[in-house]
Structures are given as C-alpha cells and as structure tokens.
Design a protein. Sequence first.
Length: 401
Amino acid sequence: MKAAYIYDAVRTPRGKGKIGGALYETKPIDLLAATFKALANRNQLPTEKVGDAIIGCVTPVDGQGYNIGKSALLRAGWANEVCGMQINRYCTSGLEAVNLAALKVASDALALVVAGGVESMSQIPIAKDGGALINDPEIINQLLYLPQGVAADLMASLEGFTREQLDEYALLSHQRAAHAQRQGYFNNSMISVKDRNGLILLHKDEIIRPDTTLEQLFRLRPSFRQLGRMGYEAMALQKYPELEEINYVHTAGNSSGIVDGAAAILIGNAEIGNQLGLHPRAKIKSFGAGSDDPTIMLTGNIPATQKALNLAGMRAEDIDLWECNEAFAAVVLKYQQYFKIPIERLNVNGGAIAMGHPLGATGAILVGTLLDELERRNLSTGLISLCGGAGMGVATIIEHI
C-alpha cells in the first residue's frame, strides 16, 4: 500500500443556515465549486491530473441532487476528465469521503483525488430526502429509532450529564472558537464566498457568539422535550428500562448549529506530488468506520476511533490533538470520558456548537482545522471523529509532516 498524503485543504466559512443567513442565496453547487477553484488556484493544479472527486452530502436532493460532486467540478471549470461522485454516510460523510480518497490513493488505483463535502441547510433542510428511518412508523417502531436530539438527551440521562455540564462545555466551545477567529487560526484554510459580481458575501464563520455567557445559555429551553413526549421517550425507555425518564438537557445553545458550508481536500501519492511540485502537509495514517446501537445513535464514533487506533498501532495517549464533532455536548463529554482525553487536547479551537455543523461538509472541514493546528503548534498526530445517524461513526488519524 502506498502512503496517502494531504497536499491542501480549503473550506468556506460557515453561514447561518436559515433565511437571512449570509450564504442563503448561494447555490450549493457554487459553495462546492468555490472550494474546487481555490484548490486549483492555490496549487497551480492541472486539474486533468485529478482522478476523482468524492463529495459527502447528507441531503442529496434538489440543488444538492443529481451528483453534485460531478456537477460542481463542471461549474468550477475543471477538466472534463475528472470523475465525481457524492456519498451519504450521514454526518460522517465528509470524513468518509477523505478516507475513501485515501484508500484509492493507497491502493494505487489513482494518484490524486479530491475529497470533501457540501451542505446548504438554509436551502435544503435536513431529512428533506425522506426515507424509512424518518417517515415510516412501522420501521421506526420496530427499530425503536429516535430523532437525534432525543437520542442525545437519552445519552445524557444514561451518563448522568447535567445541564450545567453541557452548558459549561458549550461556553468553552464559543470561547475557543472566538479566540481562534480573532487570532486568525482559521485563515490558512478559509476562502471567502463571493457573489457573481465578485463581491464578498462571507469571509468568516457567521454564528460564533463571543459574548456568550452561562446565564444566557441556561435561560434557553430544552429543544427536544416536546418531541420526546410525542412517544419517542416511551420508545427509549422500552430500550433502556433502567431509566425512569429522560432528562431533557440539550438546547439550541449546547447543540450544533444549522449552517451552510463546503470543504475540499487534495490527497495524493508521493510521485504525483513530486511531479506537480506539491508539498505534502500530512499523511493519512489510518481510519475506521464503526456502528453501535441505532436507538442511542450517537456513540458510533467510539468503535470507529478504536479501529483507527488499532490499525495505526497506537493508543489514545499517543494522539496530540483530537477533533470530536460537537453534534451535541453530551457526545463530546462521553467521548472524552471514554478515551480519557485531556480537555486541553480536545476541540482546541471550538467546534460545531459554536460554528455550526454543515452535515456533509463537517468531516472534511475538521481535517483542515486539525491540520492547521498541528502545523501551528508543530505537533505530530491528530485524530478526527464524527458520530452519525443509525449508530454509525467514522474516524481518521493524520500525521503532520
């Protein structure tokens, strides 16, 4: 197997994923095409040398349908020879795209691949594509399948996490993200999104709230209590009878924000790098995908991480920096406890609670964020993980060069 190297990583800012957000009028194809253009321009890349583009997208309908991976390549003016595809492994899609690209390179099937993701949540709301796990009561009842927010509250109840703990973590995420933004830590990978006239629509993540306080967070009402009381709580207690009730502790303040965004990563072998004059920034050391109980849903990042560590011959204490997607605060706290991660090594520049979670793009965004921070601190190894629907999770270990 050949080594798969990361040569570059770019992302758009994350814009508020609602009407009135800075990216609301930007087509998803243009969000993704902007990252392709940036990769080509930054690296003086002859695009015909790229064998494939693998793009994560969780709601691939309407403006994100009909293979946005290929259509965005055409929109960006890349060579016709470049293939493109879209994949959906729920919220892990962007990172799974990176892993699949690395596998194509490592197996010597292709020399150079682009991986990434896109999601315009303002234009195409989550679950608009439907499906049995969303719309079929027979299947939902058979599997005791919960909405993710109720599953997050179920996790918090089983683990004994309090509202105070979740809000304190959410505050830390905002503080870290605001500090990183002020210091320019995201600037290396960030590209501005422009309109058709070349005017900048957004040049930084839109929803970071640097003035957030614990008092403000605590005043927010639980987001998923009403949904749980519609019958989902009874399903959860059927699966986990050791609980008497669910403690509803997740709010809009300690859950990931709804945003728009896109990202792209350039991955290739050593030979193509030498040929094109590209400097490798990191090596993809290992990766893993795992799955767990679909009712509680949000724990698949744990077996995925363990697989990646085992494949690399590493232990948790060997990892310098960690990125665990902040889908909900309880997800991060459970992950931290399981792997005994010091808080000063985990999500050091904030995460999706502060900046938002553009579903199909987040995994690829986190690769760039982690790589930039490893370079800034001159550290060696980092691990990215995300949980996803139906109990799945994905993890990747990268090694800074």
